[in-house]
Design a protein around this ligand. Sequence first.
Ligand code: OGA
Ligand code: MN
Length: 296
Amino acid sequence: MIAAADRALPPEESKAVGLTVEKCVPLGAKILGADMGLLLNDDERVPEVVLGALEENGVLVFPELGVDDAQLVAFAQRLGDPIGSGHTGAGRSGLNPEIYHVGFGDDLNNALYVKGAFNWHLDGSTDDIPSMASLLSGRALAAAGGDTQFVSTYAAYDRLTDEEKERFATTKVVHSAEAAYRKFDPNPSDEAIARLRKVAPKVHPLVWTHRTGRKSLVLGATASHIEGMDEGEGAAFLVELLERATAPEFVFTHKWSVGDLVIWDNRGTLHRATHYAEDSGRRMHRVTLVGDEPIS
Ligand code: OGA
Ligand code: MN
């Protein structure tokens, strides 16, 4: 695979493959000029340009690309290693096992997971290696709400004071599914707690030093408390740090049109969906790429 991180994106190269990268503020970029013919052609520079732009911008929006499931999987395979081959069950219906259906519906069984996405998070934060990136394709939209928002956790680290950077260098954060669940249901049933506790909590450093040398903050809904600190105090510290990282001026909001494709770098961003009703009919199809780097 291509070490996207080692690449600064030369604008001439994206132009040469027929793509225009238009930067957004405060993060993200639109990729213009793309169609599936171009994204799936044999030119190896296409995935290089896309991965380079992803590393540089955190989020890529391909407006109204209109990608179907087979094309979404094929494009994802050019960028990395899609999760879920052979997987069936919650959130997966239809012919492509790599496609995860984000939405509320009788054909799906993942309402809790989808509710969890209303809070800031990164995907796979209780895994050893969180996913590298996800591709989300807009299929049906909510009449109200249902935007997707992003912040850069690299930028959140960079904004710390020098004193904080030093103090946080050895801080370890306990992440758990239970902490994420309690953020939308503060009084879980005993049965829910027992189920949530089957997912072993995971301890991650607060500061992720990436292979590239860039540093990011590892925060979000699963962040429960700080190792070696009073639990309540640690939780309050994490809430405050998350608020700073996600202050409105640092947020990129994607307002969907049907057919949009959005890719986020799950290593250097947090994301969430703004609230939408369970009967809104909103449906997104997602392919997630296997992680390539443990949090360390
Ligand atoms: C996800 C997710 C946000 C959205 O699929 O991992 O968080 O807007 N989705 O649906
Ligand atoms: Mn998510």
